[in-house]
Design a protein around this ligand. Sequence first.
Ligand code: HEC
Length: 251
Amino acid sequence: MDPNRDNQIIRFTTFWWGIGSFLIFALLLAVIIVVTRKPVTTLEDAAAVPRYDIKAKVDAAQATALPQAAIDAAIPAVAAKLAISKPAAVEKPDQVVPGSPTAEKLASTPPVDTSAVDVAPAVDGPINPALMEIGKVQFMVCAACHGQNGEGGPIAPPLAGSEWVVGPVSNLIRIQLRGLQGPITVKGTEYKFPVGMAPMAYQTDEQIAGVLTYVRNSFGNKAPAVKPEQVAALRSEVGKPQLTVEELTKP
Ligand code: HEC
């Protein structure tokens, strides 16, 4: 039998020595952590501190402002409103949705009076080069179908030498604003293309006057310029169905 083991005093002091040295090491560790802890040094970290602070405040504010129960209660009402709502009819003069009530109303209006637009200018003055430049740019769209030099092709008739191009101005403006559905006879040849020509009313009065002046004075054509006011005078044509040759003035 080991006399030390049975000694009450030795057992007591050994126990407390153990606890004591454990506490000493714990204290030492705490001191090391406190002493070596780095303060916030980088700018990013410094900036993050107020960000976290703001986020916490926003989260708290949102949580009190819109409780989940309120959101849940609002959803059916909002969904029901969305289900019955529909976009308002487009009433912009240069945008009429085909098949809309506005388009149907326009289709049944009497034919437009073109006599004021078709009066020949008193003086056939020189063509404004700035208007020709505007027209040249706009003609890139037309060229896709009518060809770079207005020579026509597999999907559109020629503009070069066309009696329609140098004929009444109202025809050209109305073709551009409403599009055209063949058949149409150009230079003695009857053309009928599957899709016809789509309206291009999105261009401004000046751009339309420019492109029409350009086709009337390019590819060997020669005719007086088209004025933006002439285009403006026929804007009421926008939204009506594609034109047919019967609705044009004979060149
Ligand atoms: C998508 C192809 C296409 C584009 C783009 C196009 N057209 Fe046409 N155009 C046609 C077709 C097709 C016809 C003949 C209609 C038919 O046969 O159905 C026509 C006919 C014409 C006519 C009367 C016939 C003639 O040859 O003289 C003129 C004038 C005309 N277009 C001018 C223009 C102008 C100006 C532009 C550009 C602003 C333009 N077109 C853009 C396809 C097009």
